[in-house]
Design a protein around this ligand. Structure first.
Ligand SMILES: Cc1ncc(COP(=O)(O)O)c(C=O)c1O
Length: 472
């Protein structure tokens, strides 16, 4: 058994190294042949076991040839990173140790505290002991943050929402922009806050939440007897990588005693790019910050992170220690499961540690800056192209643009751009995804792979043009 495992594990290492080496020469993505897809979908549960060597061959022939594409340097879709090699090793080793990182005195628990602190240090967020934890992603981090924000607002009204429930509360009003990620609405719905009580505040032309409009709306809502409690700012919107005026939002939240949550799932690391850095002033004053190591850092999925200023807000919201869990020796900070939703928790910190330690701070800064530089270059190329239109100035590493030649009317532009992303994907040489920005159909290229080259940018624009010509 052990020797089987050793041999199969060596095979896996070779197979993965070949897979990663061969990636740039392959198509970014290919639709799955129907018979292969069906073979996976309809696979029967085997009655008898399969030896490890056969399993490795099945992974090689049935899984690896059909990836999402996000390891490829010309994958610009959504916000999906190429996996960092050190992170892959960390994931493998973590599965072998297989602890529950809920709490206690074992290496994984202490490593999680360390990497959460490293992440806070990287993005310049204060880090009180216990002031953060790793999550499955930013969606989960947002639910955790908004639960703490809700419970603090309730406590300020004299309500213990954990005991009395939402019925004891008036509606709590939160403020977002049109560009706020959908996970905020999902969290508000799940937490019983009601998406109707998330107010969409006007933005400027580039998509920044307008702090003056926000101030007026909060005043008006207070006069109307409503109970504001939360503002959500973006440190990198998903559509265009735009960073809100976090300093102005922090000022307003301090004045109005509101919880400021910053969504830095994609973009918090953009603070490491010297050109983008000034846009992030004020991030460190948020009550909570969500960021995703499984995005720009390339930590293998899944790995999100929530950072908070006041660790007690989390513990007060989530701590529930039944007798069978009370024996802990983690130095008074309690269990991670007292600060969030999950009880049994995966060993996420090893892949974060491995990824950050392999790159070092300087390596992370170099990669992030390279991506931002590439994005600015792509923005210049789009601006210089008569048939393309840049939709917002590039602030971080996402470039939102559309196909808009002078001889195409708005109806044609709308129709072509609406399916342009998929048409590019199907051609196989580059992968972008579509969106709607300011009411206009668009494509967006997200640059979070430092292996992307200037040539890859040219291929992207050639592919966009070729796909658009086909659609036209
Ligand atoms: C800005 C932003 N916020 C939140 C999320 C949700 O993050 P996750 O998919 O890790 O839950 C995303 C995902 O792309 C995002 O880009």
């Amino acid at each position: 058994m052990t020797s089987d495992f050793r041999a199969a594990a060596h095979d896996v290492a070779d197979m993965i190294a070949d897979y990663l080496d061969g990636m740039p020469a392959r198509d970014v993505w290919t639709p799955m042949p129907a018979d292969v897809r069906n073979a996976l979908l309809e696979r029967p549960l085997p009655e008898e076991g399969t030896d490890l060597g056969t399993l490795v061959r099945a992974i090689e022939t049935e899984v690896l040839p059909y990836p999402m594409g996000n390891g490829h340097p010309r994958f610009y879709g959504w916000v999906n990173a190429a996996p960092a090699p050190a992170g892959i090793l960390g994931e493998f080793a973590a599965a072998a140790v297989n602890p529950s990182s809920a709490g206690g005195d074992h290496a994984d628990v202490h490593l999680e505290r360390a990497v959460v602190r490293w992440l806070a240090e990287l993005v310049g967020f204060p880090h009180p002991a216990g002031g953060g934890l790793l999550t499955s992603g930013a969606s989960m981090a947002t639910i955790v943050a908004l639960a703490a924000a809700r419970n603090r607002a309730a406590a300020n009204l004299g309500v213990n929402v954990r005991e009395d429930g939402l019925v004891a509360l008036p509606p709590l009003v939160g403020y977002v922009s049109a560009e706020t990620h959908s996970c905020v609405r999902k969290a508000a719905e799940l937490l019983g806050l009601g998406s109707r009580h998330l107010v969409t505040v006007p933005s400027d032309a580039a998509g920044h939440l307008d702090p003056l409009a926000l101030r007026e709306r909060i005043r008006a809502d207070r006069v109307a007897g409503l109970t504001p409690f939360l503002v959500v700012g973006s440190a990198g919107t998903v559509n265009a990588g735009v960073v809100d005026d976090l300093g102005a939002l922090a000022d307003l939240c301090a004045e109005e005693k509101l919880w400021l949550h910053v969504d830095g799932a994609y973009g918090a690391l953009g603070r490491l790019d010297p050109v983008a850095a000034p846009r992030y002033a004020g991030l460190e004053r948020a009550d909570s910050l969500a960021l995703d190591p499984h995005k720009w850092l390339g930590v293998p999925v899944d790995c999100g992170c929530l950072l908070v200023r006041d660790a007690e807000q989390l513990r007060g919201t989530f701590s529930l220690v039944p007798p069978y869990l009370r024996d802990e020796a983690a130095g008074g900070l309690g269990w991670f499961s007292e600060y969030g939703i999950e009880q049994t928790r995966p060993f996420r910190s090893l892949k974060v540690w491995a990824t950050l330690a392999a790159a070092g701070r300087a390596g992370v800064v170099r990669d992030v800056s390279r991506c931002c530089t590439l994005a600015r270059e792509l923005g210049r190329m789009v601006t210089a192209a008569p048939d393309l239109e840049l939709l917002t100035p590039v602030e971080t590493s996402i470039v939102a643009f559309r196909w808009a030649p002078a001889d195409a009317d708005e109806e044609t532009r709308h129709r072509v751009n609406a399916t342009l992303g998929v048409a590019v994907q199907e051609r196989g040489r580059a992968f972008v995804t579509g969106t709607v920005l300011g009411g206009r159909e668009a494509v967006r290229a997200c640059l979070i792979n430092a292996a992307t080259t200037e040539d890859d940018l040219r291929v992207l624009l050639d592919e966009v043009r070729a796909a658009a010509t086909g659609l036209r």
